[in-house]
Write a protein that binds this ligand. Structure first.
Ligand SMILES: [Zn+2]
Length: 237
């Protein structure tokens, strides 16, 4: 387990296991995501236990994908998430827009933001500590076998994510981002999304656009073009 502060810790991702969060309050504590298996959840609890954290009461679920919810039956905590996550993962508590939790000396906001990856996604923001757990909300969405981004969704979640006074952003399958890194990534995604709308295809863009493209830029551009095809397909359908 990595300690960000006295009150916020996280167990880092590895392989299929997503990062799991722990927010320690004076009254009770919150776990973020339930893990990809009973073993994963068990290991997390053992770790928390060895740190002297024995009062975990709540479990916030960022979204309903299997690697984030498989530990739920083992954990026996009060589970909560957006109404959409509640429906799909059978959580105890569901909320429409946001939920505020007071753990004693530390407050959290869980807000439904949706996005391309999964439209039930929520962020978990820890006030004063200035850290946020984002699950997979900034990642690409699934469209059959294909992976996509849509400019509209990226713009919307960026607004929500950057609206909080936050210094560290923890996503589930990558290393944490500083504020500057998160801004850079989101603004670059938006710029690439806007650029993708100006050219008919990635090939056309590459031959005509003056932008110097990195491998990562191309990764995002491919996703935006998939998003444009998806939208076209939906209109035609
Ligand atoms: Zn996911």
């Amino acid at each position: 387990m990595k300690s960000y502060s006295r009150k916020v810790h996280y167990m880092e991702y590895s392989g299929a296991r997503p990062t799991l969060g722990l927010v320690v309050g004076e009254k009770c504590s919150l776990m973020v995501d339930a893990g990809s298996s009973v073993d994963h959840a068990e290991e997390f609890l053992e770790c928390a236990n060895s740190m002297g954290v024995k009062n975990i009461k709540y479990l916030a679920i960022t979204h309903h994908h299997w690697d984030h919810i498989s530990g739920i039956p083992y954990l026996n905590l009060i589970s909560l998430g957006s109404c959409k996550t509640q429906e799909q993962a059978g959580l105890d508590i569901g909320f429409e827009k946001k939920l505020k939790l007071d753990l004693g000396g530390v407050k959290c906001i869980v807000e439904h933001i949706g996005g391309d990856h999964s439209d039930d996604s929520s962020l978990v923001y820890v006030e004063n500590e200035k850290i946020m757990f984002l699950g997979d909300a900034t990642y690409r969405g699934f469209w059959g076998e294909r992976r996509y981004h849509s400019l509209e969704n990226v713009r919307r979640i960026s607004d929500r994510i950057l609206s909080y006074d936050c210094e560290l952003y923890v996503t589930s399958h990558k290393d944490p981002y500083s504020r500057a890194e998160m801004e850079d990534m989101l603004y670059r995604m938006i710029e690439l999304g806007e650029t993708s709308e100006k050219y008919g295809s990635l090939e056309e863009l590459k031959s005509e656009c003056q932008l110097e493209l990195t491998t990562e830029d191309e990764f995002y551009l491919e996703a935006f073009y998939e998003g444009i095809s998806k939208k076209g397909g939906e209109r035609a359908g």
